[in-house]
Ligand binder design. Structure first.
Ligand code: SAT
Ligand code: MN
Length: 596
């Protein structure tokens, strides 16, 4: 017998499969109550009040931040846990050396033992959601079962959640099953487990971000990348941004950077004063689903409807759009608090913290006031640069794909791939310094291909092969680029001003796509010559620009050797095309004498 949905009518919108699964989970977890989420405003408000009432959430200053709340997560539960994240395929090789693996039967047993009776005395929330616009053929449905009202609030902001999603699932008949419980928040009893062959996720023991909002990394990247491979599309860790030139033409770019490397800032960029008439439109800040279109171009949708962005560093200078977006109706997690009940974080440059992210009286001896991975959750429509094209069922056409990482040395400010397969090599070779978005050491350079290291739901060798095939089948593939905003001097200062000034680099990228901007050929790809990049009005010396655009053969020889060694981990499955591109790059390096 299916558990009776309590307040959803008509009942016929609930597919039999959803009802049966919810009943099965309720039998396993034994909740006191089952709540089917309808996604309404009234439900949203009442869950906010519930959390305020039981002390889990704090309303912020209603004059300065109307409709805003602060949620403090457990201090040992503040980031994704990659070492506790598993991809469980029947054949271990399908998960690849890039994923932790467990046999599916063993993983189900282990997880079900944790879930058994875990919701006693608690409410089980059924959260139907749709990743992507409800009417898009590219969208996919999911149902997250969770015992966290905080997760429900986040899912309502981040996805199309509720009745319309449930109806779509009933029409389509398929959905991703996500089972989540905060459990005891015990790091020893915490696992984030994926079963791509069953379109299923089981997550236990964390209430935080990517561990718990299952529509995001678990569904829209790990499970979706697996589905995308079998269906001929790509699920990627990319922002989507539209750049409108004064002529009124808009180019869309999809950019893959690792977590906490500025995707949200780039997606909401405000052009510098000298760029009158240029406009930047945000489609998405974290995830792109890319589909080949009938016209031979690649089209992107943003499966999400909100932002789960890093708060520290946000101010009117670094990201005015984000700053304005989060002035109202925003859920803050792990920020600090002023004496006047306003949210506070490092890099805000206004006000003073009175309480730190753990609620203690602020004491600099305890470290930063806001957690470095503190976050805002907010509806995308509040962003001043939000584009209605984010609702387009067919997505937006992509002119350029941009890869990037946080590298203090080596990688130049920007370079362009010689073609699609070379671009896949550039993406596969991305390395970046680790950030506070995941637990573990910060600032360590690691390989993060396509910024998907934590998120690819299958063997990277097969993933790169899929990338090569998708591009080869496109009549008009996007141009591929690599950027690095993070080059540093010895003393730690950044060489490039970044933020709004990145517009200058985007402009070169767009004009390359249009065949208008100049470039210099180098072994690693095409770079702007010093006069190809618009640096008017920038206080940046000639020698700094030279350093930003330099290709040092010895360092690149070492880098290519490191990429080769990394590829060797994938053995026979590594696509020939990648080996060939790597070999050819090395040959070009050997034949290269840099200009002085
Ligand atoms: O915690 S999340 O995975 O949602 C954010 C991120 O790391 O990109
Ligand atoms: Mn991300």
């Amino acid at each position: 017998m299916a558990t009776a949905p309590e307040h959803l009518t008509p009942l016929s919108v609930i597919s039999h499969e959803v009802a049966v699964w919810v009943a099965d989970v309720a039998r396993l977890t034994l909740p006191a109550k089952v709540h089917w989420c309808d996604g309404s405003e009234a439900e949203y408000r009442s869950l906010q009040q519930l959390l305020v009432g039981n002390g889990e959430m704090l309303p912020l200053n209603a004059d300065t931040h109307p409709g805003c709340f602060l949620y403090r997560s457990d201090p040992n539960d503040v980031a994704r846990v990659e070492h506790l994240t598993y991809v469980c395929t029947r054949d271990r090789e399908d998960a690849g050396p890039n994923n932790h693996w467990m046999a599916p039967a063993q993983a189900h047993r282990k997880m079900d033992d944790l879930f058994r009776g875990c919701m006693r005395g608690r409410t089980l929330y059924v959260v139907p959601y749709c990743m992507g616009p409800i009417d898009s053929p590219f969208s996919r449905g999911g149902v997250e079962i969770t015992d966290s009202a905080y997760v429900v609030l986040n899912m309502r902001l981040m996805t199309r959640m509720g009745r319309a999603a449930l109806e779509r699932i009933a029409r389509e008949g398929t959905f991703v099953k996500g089972l989540h419980s905060v459990g005891e928040l015990d790091p020893e009893r915490r696992f984030i487990v994926h079963f791509p062959e069953e379109s299923m996720i089981k997550s236990y023991g964390s209430g935080y971000g990517g561990n718990a909002l299952l529509g995001k990394k678990c569904h829209a990247l790990r499970i979706a990348s697996w589905q995308a491979r079998s269906e001929g599309w790509l699920a990627e860790h990319m922002l989507i941004v539209g750049i409108e030139s004064p002529s009124g033409q808009t180019h869309y770019l999809a950019c893959a950077f690792p977590s906490a490397c500025g995707k949200t800032n780039l997606a909401m960029l405000i052009p510098p004063a000298s760029y009158a008439g240029w406009k930047v439109w945000t489609i998405g800040d974290d995830i792109a689903w890319l589909h080949p279109g009938k016209d031979g171009r690649l089209y992107a949708i943003n499966p999400e409807s909100g932002y789960f962005g890093v708060v520290p560093g946000t101010n009117p200078k670094t990201n005015r759009n984000a700053y304005e977006t989060i002035r109202r109706d925003t859920l803050f997690t792990n920020v600090a608090l002023t004496a006047g009940g306003e949210p506070w974080w490092e890099g805000l440059h206004e006000g003073k913290p009175a309480f730190d992210w753990q609620g203690r009286a602020y004491d600099p001896a305890n470290g930063p006031a806001a957690h470095p991975n503190s976050r805002f959750t907010v509806a995308a429509t509040q962003n001043p640069s939000y584009s209605r094209a984010a609702e387009a069922a067919g997505g937006v056409p992509i002119s350029a794909i941009v890869f990037g990482g946080r590298r203090r040395s080596l990688a130049p400010l920007v370079y362009q791939a010689r073609g699609w397969a070379h671009g896949v090599l550039i993406g596969a070779g991305v390395a970046s310094e680790t950030t506070a978005a995941a637990t573990g050491a910060v600032g360590v350079v690691r390989r993060d291909p396509m910024a998907m290291k934590p998120f690819a739901g299958y063997n990277f060798a097969d993933y790169w092969d899929h990338w090569i095939r998708v591009g080869a089948a496109l009549e008009h593939p996007p141009q591929i680029f690599h950027v690095n905003w993070f080059r540093q001097r010895e003393d730690g200062r950044f060489l490039w001003p970044g933020f709004g000034e990145n517009m200058r680099v985007l402009r070169w990228i767009i004009e390359r796509c249009e065949g208008r901007a100049g470039a210099v050929d180098t072994p690693i790809g095409q770079l702007p010559g010093p006069s190809d990049l618009d640096t008017r009005g920038l206080a940046i010396g000639e020698s700094v620009l030279e350093e930003l655009l330099a290709v040092d053969p010895q360092s690149w020889r070492e880098e290519l050797a490191a990429i080769g060694a990394y590829f060797d981990e994938f053995g026979e499955r590594l696509p020939q095309a990648l080996k060939r591109e790597l070999g050819e790059t090395l040959q070009r390096i050997e034949a290269f004498t840099p200009r002085r």
